[in-house]
Design a protein around this ligand. Structure first.
Ligand SMILES: *Cc1c(COP(=O)(O)O)cnc(C)c1O
Length: 458
């Protein structure tokens, strides 16, 4: 193919936009292990999930055979407001690094919620509306998911109840206010609204909450209120399915210019943006059509892939959610303070866990100060102020580009820039003041979480 000049930003035309999501599991020989009922330890059936999740989302969760799923018109219409997202050639970063590597990033922060989470929020709100529900409940840690869901619910006229981890509720008042502006009802968790919240408050007065606890509260509210279901912004198969839009657009944009990536990098909290970004590339890899190096980047303070166990575990502290087989640090693991709130989950998507277990991808854990170093370097030359979560991917992209500088290899690197960091300025402040530390759990710290893993033989 004749080489075309690569523009700074590669956009797709409206007519080139993907009209279907891609279900990666359909191409996996070793399928991810099924979700289990926490009571019976038997694989969950659709009817057991129906009281918690929307019907059509349950069907998507359990469907491991359908390769392509049509994106409903209403969702395509909403996507038009902020998609396609740009695939940017990081010319200025390459120049600053003096690397022969070619770096591209897919930027998902171009919407008010500021991250990729809107891609799944709008889909989940759509299916809730279609089922005739009154509203949905959810938890939010750092606030990105709650913000995205609030936007999606207001678009479809659904009620949205968000349980926000108490320390974030207090530390991130502006995120809270964005949610309220979009009409959501935001409650600091743990709260007195739920049985589990009351129990946790009685046992740990003064606790500032955790994601696992907020999940338990949101699930309880959904299952005890007529016309409500619970929605989750990461980890689940359905979320990876919706997020495949990121990878499908990326692949189409690269194909337009005949570009083949060597390395694909994404940050991993619950695995949704990474699962979405890599989906079509991993599909080719699974089918034996192409090969790519795929790297998940996680914080050294919450190292699910690199130091976790591949085991069945709970997603929540209250242990009422289904059990998922995944790389986990144990639902009782409490990660030390880390500014990348979106990467503090103890577990990982079961699909990505299986792929990692089968060695289709690698994982690297990075320390917080090194991450902010990369974030600052990136912001100064590429202009975008990155989210701390996204900056994990930047760190490894820079490291790989620097390796190319040493070897002279012209590798093509693609990474996911999942969001903007405007609501993370306390974190940047701590870095700028030289007060940021690196917390790495000891083996003894991890042993506590592992000891609480449920005993499951399957
Ligand atoms: C939530 C979040 C993440 C991590 O979530 P995944 O499900 O692992 O993608 C990464 N980046 C940003 C900006 C987020 O908001």
């Amino acid at each position: 193919m004749e080489e075309k000049k690569i523009p700074y930003k590669i956009y797709l035309d409206e007519s080139e936009m993907p009209k279907q999501w891609y279900n990666l599991r359909a191409d996996m020989k070793n399928k991810p292990a099924p979700l289990l009922n926490p009571g019976t330890l038997q694989p969950l059936k659709a009817e057991e999930l129906a009281p918690i999740f929307c019907e059509e989302l349950v069907a998507q969760e359990l469907d491991e055979d359908t390769k392509f799923v049509d994106i409903p018109e209403e969702i395509l219409d909403f996507y038009k407001m902020y998609r396609p997202s740009p695939l940017v050639r990081a010319y200025y970063l390459e120049k600053a690094l003096g690397t022969p590597a070619k770096i591209y990033y897919k930027f998902e922060g171009n919407n008010t919620s500021g991250s990729h989470k809107l891609n799944s929020a709008i889909a989940q709100a759509y299916y809730a509306k279609k089922q005739g529900l009154k509203g949905v409940t959810t938890e939010t840690g750092a606030g990105q998911w709650g913000t995205a869901l609030s936007m999606a619910c207001s678009y479809f006229g659904l009620d949205c109840k968000v349980y926000m981890v108490k320390c974030s509720y207090e530390q991130k008042p502006f995120r809270r206010e964005v949610m309220r502006t979009y009409g959501a009802d935001v409650t600091p968790s743990p709260s007195e609204n739920t049985e589990i919240g009351k129990k946790i408050l009685a046992e740990h007065p003064g606790t500032t909450g955790s994601l696992g606890c907020a999940i338990s509260e949101a699930v309880e509210v959904a299952t005890t209120n007529e016309g409500y279901r619970y929605v989750l912004g990461s980890v689940l198969n359905q979320v990876l399915l919706h997020q495949s839009i990121i990878g499908l657009e990326t692949k189409k944009a690269l194909d337009k210019y005949g570009i083949k990536p060597d390395i694909i990098i994404g940050c991993a909290g619950g695995g949704s943006n990474l699962g979405g970004l890599i989906a079509p590339f991993m599909g080719e890899k699974l089918r034996g059509e192409a090969d790519y190096r795929i790297i998940a980047v996680e914080p050294a303070s919450c190292p699910s892939f690199t130091r976790g166990k591949f085991a069945y575990d709970f997603a929540d502290t209250g242990m009422i959610c289904p059990l998922a087989k995944m790389y986990t640090l144990g639902s009782g693991f409490i990660p030390s303070a880390n500014h990348a709130g979106g990467l503090r989950f103890h577990g990982m998507s079961s699909t990505l866990s299986q792929l990692y277990h089968d060695k289709y991808m690698e994982a690297i854990a990075v320390e917080q100060t090194a991450v902010f170093d990369a974030a600052t370097q990136f912001a100064r030359v590429e202009g975008i102020l990155p989210a701390p979560e996204s900056s994990h991917a930047i760190r490894v992209a820079i490291d790989e580009a620097l390796k190319c500088k040493e070897t002279g290899e012209e590798k093509t690197i693609v990474f996911g820039l999942t969001g903007t960091g405007y609501f993370d300025m306390y974190a940047y402040q701590s870095f700028n003041d030289g007060k940021m530390g690196d917390y790495i759990p000891t083996d003894e710290d991890l042993a506590v979480g592992f000891a609480g893993l449920p005993k499951v033989d399957i």
